[in-house]
Design a protein around this ligand. Structure first.
Ligand SMILES: NC(=O)c1ccc[n+]([C@@H]2O[C@H](COP(=O)([O-])OP(=O)(O)OC[C@H]3O[C@@H](n4cnc5c(N)ncnc54)[C@H](OP(=O)(O)O)[C@@H]3O)[C@@H](O)[C@H]2O)c1
Length: 221
């Protein structure tokens, strides 16, 4: 199951995993998910279900959570849906700041909780939480983003320690990419060239390949 599968890194996860997995794709843009699902079914014969949901909305989040709770053999949950804002916190629209916390923090808490109990019982499965390299930085102009991504990393490390002390085979990963080509900066209305030279930008496919390689290996720094 991949959240934020309608573009960017989430879509790259879907394309990569479709060769070997059935998929449940979540995002708000249902038309995009349907189109991707049809493409992946045709190309790989994957069984693809789509679930349109705004994960900042309590009721819609509860539907996704219930869907996870009904899956007996969820192999991988990718908490990937996310967005950024620009400008100082005190000048930003407070609704956008709250939605960011709902999406990066509360949706991750709720979906991870719905998935992890069953994974631990089966002693199998994995969860990838897509954070950001800014999880390790304190940046001006993106205070909530860096804070919520730091939270994702810290939360994932805590889960890792709990799973390790229980000798569980379930794997968790905080994925911390740098600048990645996707719709992320278009949504923010930020010019990519103003952020970093092309040399520092990565393709979403590379991020996904590294993530899955490290998850399979059990570690990577
Ligand atoms: N691009 C970067 O430089 C970069 C680097 C490191 C980490 N990241 C992280 O990578 C993740 C994926 O971002 P991306 O770069 O692939 O950007 P993207 O192309 O803009 O994709 C973001 C995805 O999140 C979904 N989404 C946004 N708000 C949502 C909501 N309220 N409910 C459900 N889904 C929602 C979007 O789908 P809908 O609009 O259809 O809902 C979209 O599928 C994010 O968590 C981001 O913080 C990005």
């Amino acid at each position: 199951m991949i959240t934020g599968a309608s573009s960017g890194i989430g879509m790259a996860f879907a394309r990569k995993l479709a060769a070997s997995h059935d998929l449940l794709l979540v995002a708000r843009r249902e038309d995009r998910l349907d189109q991707l699902g049809a493409e992946l079914s045709a190309d790989f014969g994957a069984g693809v279900s789509v679930l349109s949901a705004d994960l900042t909305n309590e009721e819609e989040l509860a539907i996704v959570e219930a869907r996870i709770a009904n899956l007996d053999h969820l192999e991988l949950l990718v908490n990937n849906a996310g967005f950024g804002t620009k400008g100082s916190f005190w000048e930003a629209d407070i609704d956008g700041q709250e939605q960011m916390h709902r999406l990066h923090v509360m949706a991750t808490v709720r979906l991870t909780h719905a998935a992890l109990g069953k994974m631990v019982k089966r002693n199998a499965g994995g969860i990838i939480n897509v954070a950001y390299v800014s999880a390790f930085l304190r940046v001006s102009g993106n205070a909530s983003y860096a804070a919520t991504k730091s939270w994702m990393t810290s939360f994932t490390e805590g889960l890792y320690l709990e799973l390790k002390s229980s000798r569980s085979a379930v794997r968790v990963q905080a994925l911390c990419p740098g600048f990645t080509y996707s719709e992320f900066h278009d949504v923010m209305h930020v010019d990519r060239d103003s952020l970093a030279p092309p040399l520092l930008w990565t393709k979403a496919e590379f991020v996904v390949d590294e993530s899955l390689r490290c998850l399979a290996r059990g570690n990577c720094m």
